[in-house]
Design a protein around this ligand. Structure first.
Ligand code: GLP
Length: 261
């Protein structure tokens, strides 16, 4: 794992967007794993700008989102399909048939989860998976005690997650209690992981995920097992990292980061 510390949330999002753009230019048929949440909005804004101003091409790109709420239709403004259409898919030249999310309205949710895994496999697996982190330490909706070898399945949301997302639903009691989510195992099978976390609310959980023991209580800590995982944080989210000076030294000295310094 590598931890990259940028001065503020905008420069952290810019680095993430530039990394995605670099991979997409190198491989226009990239299989890109996508994430939702407030943190990602700036990343998508930058990618949309790159599409408009620099011709960043999504026409051959295939995408797979991490998760979706059970029971929300694509036209529901609180669904992740709606979020993705609004922030990215509707503003770039992606072929909607290549933009996948699990279907939270499927009659047979377990069959939908199995089919989602099959679709990922048929595309040859995910090349680059973008990730956020919940305040409880989850990636996707892999809540505490999620098996580290799990695949796409239905998960009950924890009270912490429900509380964190209540603002979008007008109260915790209106937040769906379940979601379809890629498993920790699904995420660990991708070629590269790129996690973005910003702001002081994420400092505690980032320290646990990056420097703490691997535990299913903090599903993001399983990323320590991934052979190519980059965690990008701003100073606020980095404030509880013990080895921050070492991470800064790596950023200054590793050739991969030269073009981003
Ligand atoms: C939700 C999503 C996660 C996301 C998290 C953080 O729980 N399922 O994928 O990482 O929110 O969201 P935010 O960026 O708004 O803090």
């Amino acid at each position: 794992m590598e931890a990259i510390i940028r001065p503020d949330k905008d420069s952290a999002a810019l680095l993430v967007a530039r990394l995605i753009a670099r991979e997409l230019r190198a491989n226009p048929a990239l299989v890109l794993g996508l994430a939702t949440g407030r943190t990602m909005e700036e990343v998508y804004r930058i990618l949309v700008r790159m599409h408009r101003e620099e011709g960043l091409d999504f026409s051959l790109c295939r995408t797979f989102n991490l998760d979706e709420y059970v029971g929300l239709a694509p036209e529901d403004a609180r669904s992740y399909r709606y979020y993705m259409n609004h922030h990215l898919f509707g503003q770039v030249n992606i072929d909607q048939r290549n933009a996948h999310l699990p279907d939270g309205m499927a009659k047979d949710l377990n069959a939908e989860c199995r089919a989602y895994e099959q679709k990922i496999k048929r595309c040859g697996g995910i090349d680059l998976q973008l990730l956020g982190i919940g305040e409880g330490g989850h990636i996707g909706f892999n809540e505490p005690l999620s098996a580290l070898r799990s695949h796409t399945r239905v998960k009950a949301l924890s009270p912490v997650t429900i509380g964190q997302n209540a603002v979008f639903f007008g109260g915790a009691e209106k937040v769906p209690h379940r979601a379809l989510t890629m498993g920790v195992g699904t995420i660990l099978e991708c070629n590269r992981c790129l996690l973005l976390a910003t702001g002081p609310n994420k400092a505690g959980v980032i320290a646990k995920a990056v420097e703490g023991p691997i535990t299913s209580m903090i599903s993001a800590s399983a990323l320590q097992l991934h052979p190519h995982c980059t965690v990008v944080v701003d100073e606020a989210a980095a404030s509880k990292l013990q080895a921050a000076e070492y991470y800064r030294w790596i950023f200054k000295n590793e050739p991969e980061w030269e073009e981003f310094r």
